[in-house]
Unconditional design. Structure first.
Length: 290
């Protein structure tokens, strides 16, 4: 280990925690680890990690303390009783915006600076710059700036705001968009499933089409900020709702349930019925706000 490389503590050695540990060790950081099941830490000792026998000792070992645990409740349970005064706590445990904000207040009460995080990657992408992984951070900007080089080792760090709930919010927003995309991909392959069409042969066309369509995110953002949902519309809502009938009819002909598509189509129809046929689908966003 390099003497001038900052040390840090990592709590939690699940699949993601272990990947984080390997990345920091490979970069020469002095790493203290703790895991509820100590056996998982043994593989890291040969690479230079120090195993702390307790959470309290792990926290005391370094100013920067990173938690990558099961859930928000486990963060509170794990750090209960540890002296966090003067520590910089970075929580990379998956949670909600409200949990991030509450955990920031909890840390402040204990004299610690706090960052909440959202890891936009799977373990094999960690520590591999070309993989495109990034980690969202929100909370103390001073903490982020001070430890930026260390935080950049596992994946590209992106600070999204002083509000500690923003990292989780961005995380879930991105995952929600991904889930909708997966629904569309599933429906597309289902339509072809009983035909003499190679899924592997269709995949490049599908991926290319979806990539081209992602540019719609920019026009949606522009319309939301301008308040004009008719701005730069190429296919209006009236046309799209009419086109939906063909998609539904084709699904029926192919023996495929349309249940992955109909919730969004129903909202499109409601917006059209309200007299917004010259818009595109941006107005649906207003329908689902409660």
């Amino acid at each position: 280990m390099e003497e001038n490389t900052p040390g840090l503590t990592l709590l939690g050695l699940g699949a993601m925690g272990t990947a984080l540990a390997h990345a920091w060790l490979a970069a020469g950081h002095r790493l203290t680890v703790w895991n509820r099941t100590p056996g998982r830490a043994k593989q890291l000792v040969g690479r230079g990690a120090r195993i702390a026998p307790s959470v309290a000792e792990a926290v005391a070992a370094n100013r920067l303390v990173v938690a990558c645990l099961l859930d928000d409740a486990s963060v509170g349970e794990t750090l209960d009783g540890a002296d966090l005064a003067g520590r910089d706590v970075v929580n990379l445990t998956t949670g909600t915006p409200a949990q991030g904000r509450a955990r920031a207040a909890w840390a402040a009460e204990r004299g610690a600076r706090f960052l909440d995080g959202g890891i936009m990657a799977v373990p094999p992408m960690i520590g591999v710059p070309e993989a495109g992984a990034f980690i969202l951070y929100s909370g103390s900007r001073d903490l982020f700036d001070e430890h930026r080089d260390t935080l950049a080792v596992p994946a590209h760090p992106v600070h999204v705001g002083e509000d500690a709930g923003f990292a989780a919010l961005y995380d879930v927003a991105l995952l929600s968009a991904m889930t909708g995309m997966f629904a569309g991909i599933s429906h597309a392959f289902a339509l072809l499933r009983r035909e003499e069409i190679s899924p592997r042969g269709f995949a490049p066309m599908l991926a290319g089409w979806l990539t081209a369509m992602t540019s719609s995110a920019y026009s949606t953002a522009d319309q939301l900020e301008s308040g004009d949902y008719t701005r730069n519309v190429t296919s209006n809502l009236a046309m799209m709702v009419e086109g939906n009938a063909t998609m539904l009819r084709t699904a029926e002909e192919q023996g495929v349930s349309a249940e992955l598509l109909t919730p969004f189509m129903t909202l499109m129809e409601r917006r059209l019925a309200d007299g917004h046929g010259d818009e595109d689908t941006t107005g649906v966003i207003d329908l689902i706000l409660r």
